[in-house]
Write a protein that binds this ligand. Structure first.
Ligand code: FES
Ligand code: FES
Length: 201
């Protein structure tokens, strides 16, 4: 099996989350170069879909996606760990792919579809991944869990029946300070139906 280091992942191995540090195709490239005050910061009106709901909102060009989600839409299930594209706690889906929301400008979301942890369950019905995470004791302190769930969701979107190695590779970009990686992998495989009895794939 090809060994995937975190450095390799960030440099381009582990598709999907790797795209977080660069603008998605067709996105505006500019960000304010110098600090500005809240009153005179450049603003842009964007239209996007968040958790199935269409929204039009004015955002400052310097705001990150996670800033908009947490501070302006109160979608605080998305967490901030490092705020610099290293830990994965802020992972959300943009057009179905996992991205670090701390590394995306909100203006880049114009015309995009964003899914956060709040949009994973259908009403009171948990997503199979959420159920599997509970059943396999995946969350410990829980801080990384929403990011882990969204990374897993993106993985199963593109690969519904992943092997253990593919799950590990697909979630390489999500760190867990409680080091509960094995339980997260087991849970994803259970949700995908690829976990054989006894835990072995
Ligand atoms: S908070 Fe975004 S990668 Fe750590
Ligand atoms: S469960 Fe504590 S950081 Fe992952």
């Amino acid at each position: 099996m090809k060994k995937i280091s975190r450095r390799l992942f960030v440099e381009g191995t582990g598709a999907g989350i790797v795209a977080v540090a660069i603008p998605l195709e067709g996105q505006a490239q500019s960000a304010p170069a110098a600090p500005t005050t809240a009153s005179n910061a450049p603003k842009t009106t964007i239209k996007l879909t968040i958790n199935g709901q269409q929204r039009s909102m004015e955002v400052e060009d310097r705001w990150t996606l996670v800033e908009v989600l947490r501070d302006h839409l109160q979608l605080t299930g998305t967490k901030i760990g490092c705020d610099r594209g290293e830990c994965g706690a802020c992972t959300v889906l943009v057009n179905g792919k996992a991205v670090y929301s701390c590394s995306q400008l909100a203006v880049w979301m114009d015309g995009r579809t964003v899914q956060t942890i709040e949009g994973l369950a259908q009403g009171t019905k948990l997503d199979p991944l959420q159920t599997a995470f509970i059943e396999h004791d995946a969350p410990q302190c829980g801080y990384c869990t929403s990011g882990q769930l969204m990374a897993a969701k993106a993985l199963l979107n593109s690969n519904p029946k992943p092997t253990r190695e593919e799950v590990r590779a697909g979630m390489t970009g999500n760190l867990c300070r409680c080091s509960n990686y094995n339980h997260y992998v087991e849970a994803v495989m259970a949700a995908a139906g690829t976990l054989k009895s006894g835990g072995a794939a």
